[in-house]
Design a binder for this molecule. Structure first.
Ligand code: PEP
Length: 254
């Protein structure tokens, strides 16, 4: 059975308790759009509060430490996130790979920890503009994913989602084209089938991320093999975020 479109907001380092009203509005709207699976990853400081307020949306984190506990000042383990109500964790975002020097191997150990803690992993991948211009984007993204994804995954269909986010499209207002998205998602699909088998690999959702907004959502989400979107800037208000969710629901109607 095809999965519902998965629309995930990444609030990044944005939001104080004043943002809880947006989370409530997102949750209320999500209750009216049940054909779409809506989720939000607020900063750690709001995770538990959003979780407590949410009746419909899932709440997740934007990173985790690979260890379970111990002397890691400033870090948060997957077990602690799950305890605070997190149902998923975004891993391997380019802002962590580039801003914090995270290797594929580190990202993979984080993913293993998150899965062990019972959370879904949204695994990010994506090429820089330089790599795209050199014609090597597909090879780069597939190598990145192969090295970042855990091999042994129980029920990958439920516990893994992929987010293809070209680095040059994040926060720039310059989204990838429908053709580029379709080609990259098709290549990622082949990899997922190879890694996790035909039955589950064919259904794992591949999200697109990078300058998605309510105006372009219908076109971008209509690209081949797109199972939803990971949204940064446009997820910070309920109006724009749920505008994207609405567009996703309409595509499903067609
Ligand atoms: C992101 O950083 O995950 C993202 C997709 O950002 P934006 O929507 O702002 O481009």
């Amino acid at each position: 059975m095809p999965q519902r479109p998965y629309i995930v907001g990444n609030w990044k380092m944005n939001g104080t308790r004043a943002m809880l009203s947006e989370a409530r509005a997102i949750d209320r709207a999500a209750q009216r759009h049940m054909k779409v699976e809506v989720a939000v990853a607020p900063p750690y400081t709001l995770l538990h509060a959003v979780h407590r307020e949410a009746a419909q949306i899932a709440v997740g984190a934007q990173d985790c430490h690979p260890g379970e506990e111990g002397a890691h000042t400033g870090d948060i383990s997957a077990t602690m996130l799950a305890d605070a109500g997190a149902k998923f964790v975004i891993l391997g975002h380019s802002e962590r790979r580039m801003g914090h020097g995270e290797s594929n191997e580190l990202v993979r150990t984080k993913a293993e920890a998150a899965l062990d803690a019972g959370m879904r992993v949204i695994m990010c991948c994506g090429e820089t503009e330089e790599t795209r211009n050199s014609g090597k984007a597909t090879g780069f993204v597939l190598d990145q994913l192969r090295a970042s994804l855990p091999e042994q995954v129980e029920n990958p269909l439920e516990s893994i989602a992929i987010a293809y986010e070209p680095v040059w499209a994040i926060g720039t207002g310059k989204a990838a084209t429908v053709q580029d998205i379709g080609e990259m998602h098709g290549a990622i699909r082949t990899l997922l089938i190879d890694l996790y088998g035909e039955e589950q690999g064919i259904e794992i959702r591949i999200l697109y991320g990078g300058s998605v907004n309510p105006e372009n959502a219908r076109e971008l989400l209509g690209a081949d093999e797109v199972g939803g979107a990971l949204i940064g800037g446009a997820s910070l208000t309920a109006d724009s975020f749920m505008g994207i969710a609405l567009a996703a629901g309409e595509i499903e109607d067609n």
